[in-house]
Structures are given as structure tokens and as C-alpha cells.
Design a protein around this ligand. Structure first.
Ligand code: AMP
Length: 359
């Protein structure tokens, strides 16, 4: 144990009140920590499982100040928190992972530059700020291409596939921002991701590579482990470790990648937090991604990350969550619901982990 480690009873501040915060708080409670959730939303999934909650906007400096005084360490469960707020907290209390990595993950240009600085390949891309830079980018990259907002994109929101020059104008208008990237369309074989945990001791602990299948741009299924060649799996884990070390990560980092037919990998996105593609670890790995976050931000080393059982995670999106009673009756299926009272199409309501004895 490191001398800086926080013991049981210490308070972990969590920025964000979604399901990732909820599952982090549950893992923290099991290890004897308390959590204080900071969220603009009343009755959030995370605040339902914690006794300390601040309901305030992320830009509310008085509320941030009181929060900093009430917690021993701060982490976050989603990326789109104003950097100024995170820096304000950072001046008072450790924030893990720190604001520098958060800044990288908040902006696609910084993300691509971070990858390049660490010799991690990405799809061809150009920064686009107006119609003229968009036209230049389309000349350089060709079609098909994907136009993405630099900020605040998630689950396929804020992006459009462009198949021909006549798609440029409507896509640009619909995007409604002067800060975007145009990226070459990648005809990938599979989408994979690796989650890596790293503590103050600096030893990166990656999970196995998993395969992610999307429906309507939303993650639908994660298969752990991914059925990919051993050298591709090793390369994917190597990329995650490289990026975690380069960022000086303390916490967990998810790295989404495209696996191409020739076995090469392109990094797509980073998330310096627990990730939907790591929900399988609750039931299928020696230590869950949420416990890894709790361990590392409180100054402890990550636990072992090995896969205990091949696991398939299926998201319960929108009305799919109405099948919860059937899932409860299914042997080997483990139900996780997030406590969201309102079901909406596309909303992540819960997930099911199905564990198996063999792949
Ligand atoms: P993103 O928000 O960047 O994670 O993109 C959401 C999803 O869109 C990805 O998981 C892919 O399925 C798809 N996608 C994103 N970028 C590309 C690309 N350059 N080529 C092909 N598909 C992409």
C-alpha cells in the first residue's frame, strides 16, 4: 500500500450522476468508502445509491467550493464537465484522472494529436472550422468520410457519414458548429476496446481486448474476450498501456479501436473513466472496472484484471429493459438496472452480463 492511500471511510467525490457513477459508488461502498455525487440532475442513478449528493450545475463555483471541502479525492464519470470547474477543484483536492487527460478526451483534435505524439495510428483526419476547410478536407480525404463535431459527441450524435460531394453542405448545416473533424471512413473488420487501470505506483493493468457491436450507433453488445488473433490482441493492449503511461493515468482509461482486415489497429476514441464496454468486468473479471477506479483514485494499486469467465454484455436500451423479469429467471444471466424512472428510446436503462464456462 502506498503512503498516500486513503483508507475506508474516506469520501470519493464523483462528478456526474449517471450509471457509471452508480456502479462506481456501489464498488466504493463494498470497500468501505463513502461517495459524494455532484450532478445537475435530481434523483440521478448515482445519487440513489449514495447518501451525499450535491444537485448543482457544473459551473456553480460556490457549490464546487463546498464539494471540494467535503471530499478527499474527486473523479468523474463522464467527459463533458467544464475544464474550468475541474481545475477549480484540482486546486483544492486531488482530481484523478487529472484535467490534462480530461482535456484530451474532450476534443477530437487533441485526441488525435495525443495519439500521433505516441505513435498510435488513427484514421486520416482534418480539422474543419468552416465550409472552405471542409471542402479542402474532403479533397484530401475523399469519400466516404465521417464528419464529427470536435466536442460533445456520443453514441453517434454529432456525426454524419458523407458519401459524395453533395453531402457536404447539408451535413455541415446539420452539424451546426465551427469545430469539427473530417475523418476517412474506416472499413473495419471489428470494433474493439481495451480498458486499462493504473495507480500511483505506475503499473498499468489492462483487461483483455473485447469486441463491441453497435446498433443505431449505440453500443449493443460487448464480447469478452474478443475473438481476434493473438498478435492483434497484444497490439491493442499495448496501445492502451502506451496511452495510459503517456497520460500519467491514475484511474481507468478506455481506448476504442478499429481492427482492420490486415490485423492493424486504428485508435478511435479515448474515455478516461469506466466505459460501457467494461461492464462485463463486474461479473466476468477478477476485479471490476469500477473497483479499479476506486482502488486507483484512493491511492491503491489496481487489482488483477484477468478474465474469470467468457462474458457477453448486452445493453438494455429503451423498452428492452421491460424484459428484466425474464432476465432474472435466466440461469447464468446477471441483471444490472440503473434506476432510471423514465424509459426513452435510445436510453441506456441497464445491462445483462451472461457468463459462460467456456468461450
Ligand atoms: P465515435 O463517436 O467516434 O465513437 O463513433 C461512433 C461509431 O461510429 C463508432 O463506434 C463506429 O461504429 C462508427 N464510426 C466512427 N468513426 C468511423 C469511421 N471513421 N469509419 C467508420 N465508422 C466510424
Amino acid at each position: 500500500m502506498l503512503t498516500a492511500a486513503l483508507g475506508p471511510g474516506s469520501v470519493i467525490g464523483i462528478l456526474g450522476g449517471g450509471q457509471l457513477g452508480r456502479m462506481t459508488a456501489l464498488a466504493a461502498a463494498r470497500l468501505g468508502y463513502r461517495c459524494h455525487v455532484y450532478t445537475p440532475e435530481a434523483d440521478s442513478p448515482a445519487s440513489q445509491v449514495t447518501d451525499r449528493v450535491t444537485v448543482a450545475e457544473f459551473g456553480d463555483s460556490d457549490a464546487l467550493d463546498a464539494f471540494a471541502g467535503a471530499v478527499d479525492v474527486v473523479t468523474y464519470e463522464f467527459e463533458n464537465i467544464p475544464l474550468a470547474s475541474v481545475r477549480l477543484l484540482e486546486a483544492r483536492v486531488p482530481v484523478r484522472p487529472g484535467s490534462a487527460l480530461l482535456a484530451v478526451s474532450q476534443h477530437r483534435v487533441r485526441e488525435k494529436e495525443f495519439a500521433a505524439a505516441n505513435r498510435v495510428p488513427v484514421a486520416r483526419w482534418r480539422h474543419v472550422t468552416d465550409r472552405s476547410t471542409l471542402a479542402d478536407a474532403a479533397d484530401a480525404i475523399g469519400f466516404p468520410a465521417v464528419l464529427k463535431t470536435s466536442r460533445f459527441g456520443y453514441d453517434g450524435k454529432g456525426q454524419a457519414v458523407l458519401r459524395a460531394p453533395q453531402d457536404l453542405e447539408p451535413a455541415w448545416t446539420a452539424l451546426g458548429t465551427g469545430d469539427a473533424i473530417l475523418e476517412g471512413f474506416v472499413g473495419f473488420e471489428r470494433e474493439v476496446s481495451v480498458i486499462v487501470a493504473r495507480g500511483l505506483d505506475g503499473r498499468p493493468v489492462p483487461y483483455c481486448v473485447v469486441e463491441n457491436r453497435h446498433e443505431n450507433h449505440i453500443l449493443d453488445t460487448t464480447i469478452a474476450p474478443a475473438d481476434v488473433p493473438a498478435d492483434a490482441a497484444a497490439a491493442a493492449r499495448g496501445i492502451a498501456v502506451t496511452l495510459a503511461e503517456a497520460a500519467g493515468l491514475v484511474g481507468v482509461l478506455a481506448v476504442e479501436m478499429f481492427l482492420l482486415a490486415d490485423g492493424s489497429l486504428l485508435m478511435n476514441e479515448l474515455a478516461p473513466r469506466p466505459h460501457n464496454s467494461g461492464h462485463w468486468t463486474i461479473d466476468g473479471a477478477a476485479t471490476s472496472q469500477f473497483e479499479q477506479l476506486v482502488r486507483t483514485v484512493t491511492g491503491h494499486a489496481p487489482g488483477p484484471a484477468e478474465l474469470l469467465h467468457p462474458t457477453v454484455m448486452k445493453n438494455l436500451i429503451g423498452e428492452a429493459a421491460d424484459t428484466w423479469a425474464d432476465v432474472l429467471d435466466e440461469p447464468g444471466a446477471r441483471l444490472h438496472l440503473y434506476g432510471k424512472s423514465e424509459t426513452r428510446p435510445g436510453r441506456k436503462m441497464g445491462h445483462v452480463n451472461r457468463v459462460a464456462r467456456t468461450a
